[in-house]
Write a protein that binds this ligand. Structure first.
Ligand SMILES: C[S@@+](CC[C@H](N)C(=O)[O-])C[C@H]1O[C@@H](n2cnc3c(N)ncnc32)[C@H](O)[C@@H]1O
Length: 264
C-alpha cells in the first residue's frame, strides 16, 4: 500500500473510532491509576513516563500534542501549567477535542507536514499515533519534528515493539488475512524495535535517542482470556515484574509499549 493510502486509512479508522475514544477517556479512571482495563492500565504507565519528561521542562514551556485525538491528554498537560497546542487530522476526533476543551488551540493537520513556523515547541508528543503510519511517513514525521522544535527541544513518542510478548504481531497478521478474505481493509501497523528507532532518529538529524519499554506485554495477552483472568494476572505481574519499566534489551524490545525520546 502507498504511504498516502496508509495515512488516509489511519484517519478514516479514527473517524470511525472517535466516539469509542471519547467514551473511554470520559471515565475518570483514565486520568487516575488506570487499573480498570488493560488499555487504561498500560496508558497509566505511559503517562507516568511522560510526566518524567514534563518535569524536565521549564514552567510554561510550549508542547505540541500530535494526533491529540479527543484532547484529553492535551488538557492533562495544560493542567500542569504548560502552553499546549493539539494537532489532529480526523474531523470527528478534532470535533470532540474542540467541544471538550474550547480554550485549547486544536489545529487540523498531519504529523509529516506540520502547519507551524520553525522552532516553536519545547516538546512534541505523539502517543499511539505513529504506529498507524509506515516507516517512510515516520521518517518524514521525525524530520518535521526537527524543524518545529526549538534548539534543545525534544520529542516523546510511542511505537509497537516487533517482539512484544503479547503476540500482537502474529494476531495482527492473522486478522489481516481474514480481512483480505472478506475483501475488507485493515489498518496498517508499523512494527519496530528500539534499535531501529534509535537509528532512524539519528538519521533524521537528532543528537540523542533514548528508548525504553513499559508494560509486561504478557499482561495484555492475559486480558484476551477475559477481564477477570486479566485482572488476576495483573496483580501477580505487579509482584513478579514490579513497575514494568525496562531500559535494556531484551526486555525493552519485548515490552507492551515502546517509548522513544529524541533530543534535537
Ligand atoms: C489511538 S489515537 C491516540 C490519540 C491520543 N494521542 C491519545 O493518546 O489519546 C491516534 C490518533 O492519531 C491520529 N492520526 C492518525 N493519523 C495521523 C497523522 N498522519 N498525523 C497525526 N495524527 C494522526 C488519529 O486521528 C487519532 O486521533
Amino acid at each position: 500500500m502507498e504511504t498516502s493510502a496508509i495515512r488516509n486509512l489511519a484517519i478514516k479508522r479514527h473517524d470511525i473510532d472517535a466516539s469509542y475514544f471519547q467514551k473511554t477517556y470520559e471515565q475518570e479512571e483514565a486520568v487516575k491509576d488506570g487499573r480498570t482495563a488493560v488499555f487504561l492500565y498500560g496508558r497509566a504507565m505511559l503517562m507516568d513516563e511522560l510526566a518524567k519528561t514534563l518535569n524536565t521542562l521549564p514552567q510554561g514551556a510550549h508542547i505540541l500534542d500530535v494526533g491529540c485525538g479527543t484532547g484529553h491528554l492535551t488538557k492533562w498537560m495544560q493542567d500542569k501549567g504548560f502552553k499546549v497546542t493539539g494537532l489532529e487530522p480526523s474531523s470527528k476526533m478534532i470535533g470532540y477535542a474542540r467541544k471538550n476543551y474550547p480554550d485549547i488551540n486544536f489545529v487540523e493537520g498531519i504529523s509529516s507536514d506540520l502547519p507551524f513556523e520553525a522552532e516553536q515547541f519545547d516538546l512534541i508528543i505523539a502517543i499511539e499515533v505513529l504506529r498507524y503510519l509506515n516507516e517512510e511517513e515516520n521518517m518524514a514525521t521525525y524530520e518535521a519534528f526537527k524543524r518545529v522544535l526549538k534548539p534543545n527541544g525534544k520529542f516523546f513518542v510511542t511505537h509497537v515493539n516487533k517482539w512484544a510478548t503479547d503476540g500482537y504481531r502474529a494476531f495482527y497478521f492473522a486478522k489481516g488475512l481474514v480481512y483480505k478474505l472478506l475483501n475488507k481493509t485493515y489498518h496498517y501497523c508499523y512494527f519496530t524495535s528500539p534499535a531501529q528507532e534509535e537509528q532512524n532518529i539519528k538519521e533524521a538529524g537528532f543528537t540523542k535517542a533514548v528508548t525504553l519499554g513499559r508494560l509486561a506485554a504478557s499482561t495484555r495477552f492475559m486480558y484476551k482470556f477475559g477481564k477477570s483472568v486479566g485482572d488476576k494476572y495483573t496483580k501477580l505481574a505487579e509482584k513478579w515484574y514490579g513497575k514494568q519499566h525496562y531500559i535494556s534489551n531484551p526486555q525493552k524490545s519485548m515490552a507492551g509499549h515502546l517509548i522513544v525520546i529524541g533530543h534535537k
